[in-house]
Design a protein around this ligand. Structure first.
Ligand SMILES: [Zn+2]
Length: 125
């Protein structure tokens, strides 16, 4: 199998519902996201997927939440914007597009969110 990864950052506000601790009050994080793709076959150019295409898919997903209050945006109006759920948001928003774009050759392996330099959450299926 081959893997490629792209990382990007965004800054968003959030607060956690049904939670007692530092994250229950509105505040922001400088998040980092890492999306890892995998697949068994390369394309005719010897690439799993051009990084440019992966960035092209990731950009609107990030732009939608960058400098926004996550709790005001779907799916976080109901769903708690925890690092775990944000990781799943990235997975759901990128996997189908990338899979279609590559005719099923490439899939998202996992998405990791850094909420701080030392804390991450990962989603995969
Ligand atoms: Zn927080």
């Amino acid at each position: 199998m081959y893997e490629v990864t792209v990382e990007a950052g965004f800054s968003s506000g959030h607060y956690l519902r049904n939670y007692h601790g530092k994250c229950e009050n509105p505040h922001g994080h400088n998040y980092k996201v890492r999306v890892t793709l995998h697949g068994a076959e390369l394309d005719a150019s010897g690439l799993l997927l051009d990084f440019k295409l992966l960035k092209h898919v990731l950009r609107p997903v990030i732009d939608r939440i960058d400098h926004q209050m996550l709790n005001d945006l779907e799916p976080f109006i109901e769903l708690n914007p925890s690092a775990e759920n944000i990781a799943r948001y990235f997975y759901d928003m990128t996997n189908q597009q990338l899979s279609e774009m590559s005719a099923g050759r490439v899939r998202v392996k996992d998405c990791t969110i850094w909420e701080t330099d030392t804390t991450t959450a990962t989603y995969y299926e």
